[in-house]
Design a protein around this ligand. Sequence first.
Ligand code: HSE
Length: 312
Amino acid sequence: MSGRESATAFAPASVGNVAVGFDILGFSVDALGDQVTVRRSSVSGVTIVASRGAVSDLPLDPARNTAGRALMAMQEALTLPFGFEVEIDKGIPLASGLGGSAASAAAAVAAANALLDAPCAMVELLQFAMQGEAVASGSRHADNVAPSLYGGLVLTVGIDEPRVKRIPVPTGVRAVIVHPHMFLSTKEARAILKTGVGLSDFVWQTANLAGFISGCYTNDIDLIRASLEDVVIEPQRQSLIPGFAETRAAAMAAGALGCSISGAGPAMFAWALESDAQRVSAAMSAQFATRGIEIDHWVVDLNAAGARLVEP
Ligand code: HSE
């Protein structure tokens, strides 16, 4: 028996796609995240009583809120003798490309799980959170939810029956994240994508995904450097981010192993050896500065933890 009346969970931000794994690959970014408190309630269903922090006007209607929808999915799957009362503290800016919608959903299910007499398996929590994430992006995909829940670099294969694999990341590699202060709707950034892929791009992108994952497993920095490149999605979306090409070029010139759009953008990420990471971060930041765009930036570990309970 849990016996717990209330629990608070933190779930980290995340970088979706990681250039080569559109909708299937992502890594957690522990520098920021969302916190959700869930209480047992005598009122059935899901009631969101407060949402505050980095995002002000999120819908409190649970069916239109990623945390609320994820908890509704949990209630639809389980027969619970109580409802959920929810408070959301947003640490991740809206429409930033840093997985804010996913983090709220992940934190909500992690907190609610602590209230259950029979806690769910992680993969069930993932499935609930994916339903929450779909409220924001318009489709179910796990490239943000899975790393936010599990932590680290995570590959998810399948939608209805997801298989989740945490991929090892070579020691000494860091992620650089630069977030320009702009909004880019995920739904819009998905709507512009072509539905077809040319054969040559398909082969190239497949090779890059395989090379990247192999490079991670075998500690092969040269293979990671050769394959961390998106030839399908990035060319279609890069015009949505001012100075993208120059910022990417500056990152590569400063020693990045690869640099691309974080999720649907506008945030960008790069991977770099620890010795180069600060230089890469400065080079990317300088590009946004020359365009008068304010940013936040972080250099983070790629092996951080996922969603976890915290003191409220
Ligand atoms: N894989 C998603 C995309 C991430 O790039 O559209 C944002 O939800």
